[in-house]
Design a protein around this ligand. Structure first.
Ligand code: SF4
Length: 286
């Protein structure tokens, strides 16, 4: 058996940066250090941060003192203002790519066209972007929702940074049918695009593929959906312990890919677990 790790899998630039900022902040600041929501969507990383004295609170009202770290997904401006008004010390770990999308949305909100964002309305990045649109953005999750929108003269469309590139293209096509002048801002980040491409290429060449990552991670879920469209024997696992011998049966080539918030140890442990079941060589695609 051969194990192949997808090129461009695992931690992205924005997540590594947020982790560095959080750890540096913990070393530099006295008092409590709390991330507003999980810094990134991976339970292993959240446990690790907690063990280093970096807590997490979903609700800003639950933080009454110390330093608050804004996570890689960013927050709405009104959330940031409310935290500052309460004299909490803020450290911004928003990914610069998300920051750029926030600025684009704010500029579009000033200039007038209807704003459509292709994303998950419950995701923190999208909640933040809606805030930057001053409530003017419509969130569309799928093609059916795009088709249900009324005809408009002018529209602008953007994507959640971790959106599935194929889905974004389909929504853009649906919007073109009901918009005279459509401005398309492809805001899917490069890390997401390269991970999606590498995973789909690998899915076409292996007999089974494991997507390793947090179940609430948007980009990891997208990798799973993309791979599963190509390869039904795609398995979403949060940890190596979920790999069962039945998943490996009759597979000569096994692929592994990880989301942008998947730590390298989680991928290494998946390799070890597979090799404990059956002898296998392994390599990382370059
Ligand atoms: S997936 Fe892209 S936008 Fe999101 S944190 Fe990573 S680099 Fe930034």
């Amino acid at each position: 058996m051969e194990i192949i790790i997808a090129k461009n899998s695992g931690l992205c630039y924005g997540v590594k940066r947020a982790l560095t900022i959080a750890r540096r902040t913990r070393r530099a600041r006295r008092g409590s250090v709390t991330t507003l929501g999980d810094l990134v969507h991976n339970p292993r990383i959240s446990d690790d941060l907690r063990s280093q004295g970096i807590g997490s609170a979903e609700d800003a009202a639950a933080i009454d003192a110390g330093t608050v770290i804004i996570r890689s997904h960013g927050v709405a401006p009104e959330v940031e203002r409310a935290l500052r008004a309460r004299k909490l010390r803020l450290v911004d770990a928003t990914c610069p790519i998300v920051k750029r999308i926030q600025r684009q949305v704010a500029a579009l909100a000033r200039t007038g066209p209807e704003i459509v964002i292709v994303g998950n309305p419950g995701h923190p990045e999208i909640r933040g972007l809606v805030g930057y649109s001053r409530g003017r953005a419509r969130i569309v999750e799928n093609v059916a929702q795009a088709r249900a929108l009324p005809a408009r003269k002018r529209r602008a469309v953007l994507a959640q940074s971790t959106q599935d590139a194929d889905l974004f293209g389909q929504v853009v096509a649906a919007l073109l049918e009901r918009t005279e002048e459509l401005r398309v801002h492809n805001t899917i980040c490069r890390s997401t695009q390269t991970r999606q491409r590498s995973t789909s290429e690998l899915a076409a060449r292996v007999d089974a593929l494991f997507i390793v990552g947090g179940r609430t991670s948007s980009n990891t879920n997208k990798l799973y959906e993309i791979s599963r469209r190509i390869l039904p024997s795609t398995h979403f696992i949060e940890s190596a312990g979920e790999i069962a011998p039945a998943m490996l049966r009759r597979a000569r080539r096994i692929g592994i890919s990880g989301g942008a918030s998947t730590p390298p140890e989680a991928i290494r442990e998946a390799v070890v677990r597979i090799r404990a079941n059956t002898p296998a060589s392994f390599r990382r695609e370059t």
